[in-house]
Write a protein of this length. Structure first.
Length: 95
């Protein structure tokens, strides 16, 4: 386990929701790990809302750019996202 990851999981409530969202996006930790490490329910709810907003923004960017690269970035960043299946179909159609 990396030092940064260990520090986050030692007490995730010491970090802002924004910082935790960055760590999630960097795939240093995941929400389940944070929950198991004692992250409060209020912060989990805030974090899910923030991540949902990031995903919506990424999907909007993919749609507006309408390029293979933009869709690939969305799918890489949000493989289980709300638009992952649709995105994969778009990428398959363009291959």
């Amino acid at each position: 386990m990396s030092e940064k990851r260990a520090k986050i999981l030692e007490n995730p409530n010491n970090f802002t929701t924004s910082e935790l969202a960055d760590y999630l996006r960097e795939k240093i930790v995941n929400i389940e790990e944070l929950r198991q490490a004692g992250l409060t329910n209020d912060k989990i709810i805030e974090l899910r809302k923030l991540m949902s907003a990031f995903e919506a923004s990424a999907w909007g960017k993919a749609i507006s750019c309408n390029t293979h690269e933009a869709f690939a970035i969305y799918l890489k960043d949000f493989p289980q996202g709300a638009h992952a299946i649709e995105c994969a179909k778009i990428l398959d159609q363009n291959d």
